[in-house]
Design a protein around this ligand. Structure first.
Ligand SMILES: C[S@@+](CC[C@H](N)C(=O)[O-])C[C@H]1O[C@@H](n2cnc3c(N)ncnc32)[C@H](O)[C@@H]1O
Length: 249
């Protein structure tokens, strides 16, 4: 399937880059430092799948790791390249990407894998990630489970600033299709003109047994799942979020 539909973050990239990176990673990075990073070879190569605007890549690069990030959104990747010139970034679909050489660890954060809407595409993304890793290398990611979609995805949120307005409204979770969606409407003042853009973010809820089975089929073993709240991620971000650490066979 072509990845043009995945570029939905393009219009949202500037806002994401300005506000969402730090809010999430100030809570997520200490968790990764506990459950995953100590298992990655010191100063080794790390693959960041769905890397967004490179905030995590920046934290890892600052600690001496050599990071390659892939993301489907050209705008997110353009900002990542500006934010972290020392890392390598590629525009690519997580279920189809290819990278050179083998990595000492992989990571995918902020429910990025929930953005993959078909089970076969999630399986392909996990297989691609496995293929990029050295035997024994750890892969960590977080995903949202049903309780997050049942609660947070019905909420609304808005922010009004001098040069932008953003309105986010969740349209809920469909238990039959397992899909959740939210609409983001943005107005941004650029060169004296207000510009509007609308983005529809859709995510798919997978169960822990589906995730577990897909990981084993892709060539991972010794999978451990942790509730984000037990790891100290408080508030709405931690609600229904699970951190998974697994190992390439
Ligand atoms: C919520 S953001 C998280 C970004 C980053 N991982 C972080 O922690 O800040 C989700 C990212 O996943 C990317 N994405 C969604 N579906 C994708 C796919 N199939 N392949 C590659 N990237 C994808 C989006 O473009 C977006 O940058």
């Amino acid at each position: 399937m072509p990845c043009w539909h995945l570029a939905l973050y393009d219009d949202f990239a500037w806002f994401y880059n300005r506000y969402w990176n730090e809010e999430f990673h100030s809570l997520a990075f200490p968790i990764l430092e506990r459950i995953w990073l100590p298992r990655v070879l010191r100063k080794g190569r790390i693959l960041d799948v769905c890397c967004g605007t490179g905030y995590l890549a920046g934290l890892l690069t600052a600690r001496g790791y050599r990071v390659t990030g892939i993301d489907a959104s050209a705008e997110m990747i353009a900002l990542a390249r500006q934010n972290v010139p020392a890392a390598a970034f590629q525009i690519a679909d997580a279920s189809q990407f290819r990278v050179l050489g083998k990595f000492d660890g992989a990571v995918s954060t902020f429910d990025s894998l929930n953005h993959i809407l078909r089970e076969e595409d999630l399986a392909a993304a996990l297989q691609r990630t496995a293929a990029a890793l050295k035997p024994g290398a750890p892969f960590a990611f977080d995903m949202l489970l049903e309780s997050a979609y049942q609660t947070n995805w019905t909420d609304a949120f808005s922010t009004v600033r001098d040069d932008h307005v953003l309105v986010l409204s969740g349209s809920g979770f469909d238990v039959r299709t397992r899909l959740a969606q939210c609409r983001i409407t943005m107005f941004r003042l650029l060169d004296g003109v207000w510009r509007r853009s609308d983005v529809e973010v859709r995510e798919r809820c997978y169960t822990t047994s589906e995730i577990d089975a897909a990981l084993s089929r892709a060539g991972f073993e010794e999978t451990a799942c942790y509730d984000a709240r037990d790891l100290g991620m408080s508030g709405q971000l931690g609600q229904g979020r699970t951190f998974v650490v697994t190992t390439r066979k």
